[in-house]
Design a binder for this molecule. Sequence first.
Ligand code: PAF
Length: 273
Amino acid sequence: MIIARSAQELREALGTRIGSVGFVPTMGALHIGHKTLIEHARRENETVVVSIFVNPTQFLPGEDLSKYPRREEADFKICELSGVDLLFYPDVGTMYGRDEVRITAPDVRGYILEGSSRPGHFDGVLTVVMKLLNMVRPTRAYFGKKDAQQLALIAQMVDNLFMNVVIVPIDTVREKDGLALSSRNIYLSPSERQEALKLSASLKAATKMVMQGSVDAGVIQNAMMNILDPLNVEYVAIVNRRFEAMTHVILGDTIVLVAARVGTTRLIDNVWM
Ligand code: PAF
């Protein structure tokens, strides 16, 4: 596995490659969810590139960037063992200069749900993803469905700006008991981890209701809120694939989302129907 730390090193390493390039952008602290993205990229492309970059512009003032888990050695090993050809590991100075052109998220879709709790977060995500896609120039880029709004906004950016890359959505990976894998799960105490299962349980209940013919969004949201009690719920939302609110679930075009704090840890989860 080649490790490139600068734009120049990345260009040189990519220059020798032929065939399709699969790209998995990450912020490190890799877990099985990331490994699954890499495996998909490995199966579908000649070359696999992973980036590890904790992007400062997607953290809001007050969000502690320095507390984001960093596990360089373990991450490198996971990449190597997963068959990654090229690891891009830039520092902030490589990715950002002063007084830069910026990408801004759309006014509505970028500022509801996750964007409402974290206004400006998606500007930072889209800016760094744009930079990374321009640098790696992949055939396909892989993103998890767990960050459903991020995925939708990246797909929209690629579409709106006529970018030449295929965005591949990958299903959420879960623990046996249903907890969606997340780099933040390490912050949960054993009792909080137990409480965190309420997120996936509420989504499971929503799925069951829909399967039994109960498709009213308000009714489903109430049932979910009962299951989530007494967690500090930020939102329970039912939207279509374009992130417009739905009054009724339409199979094939619905995402049910939840965001809640368990202790001080903010968790999100969703189910695509
Ligand atoms: O999902 C993430 O890990 C990040 O938001 C991403 C897409 C790598 C951009 O920093």
